[in-house]
Design a protein around this ligand. Structure first.
Ligand SMILES: Nc1ncnc2c1ncn2[C@@H]1O[C@H](COP(=O)(O)OP(=O)(O)O)[C@@H](O)[C@H]1O
Ligand SMILES: O=P(O)(O)OC[C@H](O)CO
Length: 504
């Protein structure tokens, strides 16, 4: 009997492979960043070949670090940055162009045109999503219209579309030699091309985006013992290992945080922030700027849905301080620098680099730092950056309470930014609610492993998984009600200053 489960986590910043034991403990991990290609303002691309190569190396190195054989892995799950769009030639395995990343805003005119007529309403109703640059449909249409030869190739079956789960799965299962072209309901629910209720590609939506059906992957449950084939191209995996789960990274984190009951929620702090609330087996429509998404579907069970508050720029604002402003050398230094001052000195940084996502959905917004005086330092900017992460999260927590009536008594958190103690303390202060981080903070990979292990019979059921969740740290709110209200009012004012900045 194999003792471990593996998970590929193909994220926006990096790709990693993690190995977990039966108690859900991390046994080994290897992680490699890939290049963020920023050719023009608003454009964000990744090289799919670089992503695949690094994922492959991460698998090999993690297996080596764990000192196990492929036959010790009961199954592998794949989780991924969602929406990021890859189109490739199945005959050669070569992409037709760089992947267009979820944060990319080049499709703002496509999105705003759709939003102006009845097509916008159809997309909202059927896909549960507002027409926005964020989702894959517009990105795919852009590639079909702008990259030479792709439309004709797609019509002849020589161009395949996938989010990065499909791209990694296809390569991992053999690439041009019989690679499996598939995705799952959670990833498909981010494309604007799937009907949330039938869980299948929708002809009217395909028509709106001009997408030939032949290029689309097959949609399966998130956990399925048969559908995703076997991983067999990676050297340490000479023995094929069954791939039994595929799900988007935010849904995977929801599973990793064992939010299996309606009303349970988690907030992941990575490149962006994503708050997901499990709403049960019926899709709930938001009236306050959240999106409706598939949370997971295990095997033949019913689909479970979530309300999601997606925030485009949180951890990537810290990366911006590091890479573009060069005020810090690494992400952790954002905390040391912010601690050189008592507070933000009244400035606010609204990092609307990709417009604003939930709950505003304003592609005409752009970033701003407001309230500056000569007095302000890099320390204030670092603090305002961390506060922006917390205020954006409060925006979606408020929207969630209005939509669902759920008032969180604790916020479960995970992701790279939760290593920042000051940021998490500020989050508790800004929300007035305790913030709690589990022992295994890599909940995304853990959730993919859980889904894969459930499908492979490695774990019995979700109750067994619940027993693995343990708190490692909790932050209690310290601000007075007055300070909290004042701070939030200032944030709302700053957000208003960023709107209507670019013409779309
Ligand atoms: N100590 C820290 N303080 C603030 N931000 C951090 C810290 N450590 C990592 N980050 C941010 O976390 C993000 C990476 O988190 P991760 O969960 O790995 O993201 P992703 O899954 O999006 O690739 C980066 O944007 C980085 O700037
Ligand atoms: O790669 P992450 O963790 O930033 O997640 C990205 C999201 O899936 C985008 O929707």
């Amino acid at each position: 009997m194999a003792d471990f489960v593996g998970a590929v986590d193909q994220g926006t910043t990096s790709s990693r492979f993690m190995i977990f034991d039966h108690d859900g403990n991390e046994v080994a991990k290897h992680q490699l960043e890939h290049t963020q290609i920023l050719p023009r303002p608003g454009w964000v691309e990744h090289d799919p070949v670089e992503i695949w190569e690094r994922t492959n190396v991460a698998i090999q190195n993690a297996v080596r670090a764990a000192r196990i054989a492929a036959s010790d892995l009961a199954a592998i799950g794949i989780t991924n940055q969602r929406e990021t769009t890859v189109v490739w030639d199945p005959r050669t395995g070569q992409p037709y162009c760089n992947a267009i990343v979820w944060q990319d805003t080049r499709t703002d005119t496509i999105a705003s045109a759709l939003d102006r007529d009845e097509r916008g309403e159809l997309i909202r109703r059927r896909a549960g999503l507002p027409p926005a640059t964020y989702f894959s449909g517009g990105k795919l249409r852009w590639i079909l219209e702008n990259v030479d030869g792709v439309r004709a190739a797609a019509e002849r079956g020589h161009a395949l579309f996938g989010t990065t789960d499909s791209w990694v799965l296809w390569n991992l299962t053999g690439g041009p030699n019989g690679g499996i072209h598939a995705t799952d309901v959670t990833n498909a629910s981010r494309t604007m091309l799937m009907d949330l209720e039938t869980l299948d590609w929708d002809d009217e939506l395909l028509e709106i985006f001009g997408v030939p059906r032949a290029m689309l992957p097959r949609i399966h449950s998130s956990a399925d013992p048969e559908a995703f084939g076997q991983a067999r191209t990676s050297r340490p995996l000479r023995t094929p290992v069954p791939i039994t789960a595929v799900l988007g990274d935010q849904q995977a984190a929801t599973v990793g945080q064992v939010c299996f009951t309606p009303g349970e929620a988690k907030n992941t702090y990575g490149t962006g922030n994503f708050l997901l609330l499990n709403t049960g087996t019926e899709p709930v429509r938001s009236r306050h700027g959240l999106i409706t998404t598939v949370c997971y579907r295990f095997g033949e069970g019913p689909a479970v849905y979530a309300l999601e508050g997606s925030i485009a720029v949180t951890g990537s604002a810290v990366q911006w301080l590091r890479d573009q402003m060069r005020t810090i050398r690494d992400a952790a230094e954002s905390e040391t620098l912010a601690r050189t001052v008592q507070d933000s000195g009244g400035i606010y940084f609204v990092p609307a680099f990709s417009g604003l996502f939930a709950p505003y959905w304003r592609s005409d917004a752009r970033g701003a730092i407001v309230g500056l005086a000569r007095y302000h330092t890099n320390g204030h900017l670092a603090r305002a950056t961390l506060e922006s992460i917390c205020y954006q999260s409060r925006d979606v927590v408020e929207a969630m309470a209005q939509d669902s009536g759920v008032r969180l008594d604790v916020l479960k958190v995970d992701g790279g930014v939760t290593a920042n103690d000051l940021c998490m303390q500020t989050q508790a202060d800004v929300l007035g609610v305790p913030v709690s981080r589990p022992v295994v903070a890599e909940t995304t990979a853990l959730g993919a492993a859980y889904a894969a292990g459930l499908a492979a019979g490695f774990w019995r059921d979700t109750d067994e998984l619940r027993e693995h969740w343990h708190e490692s740290k909790r932050w209690e709110p310290r601000w007075s009600e007055e300070r909290r209200a004042e701070g939030y009012a200032g944030w709302k004012k700053a957000v208003r200053r960023t709107l209507d900045w670019v013409e779309v």
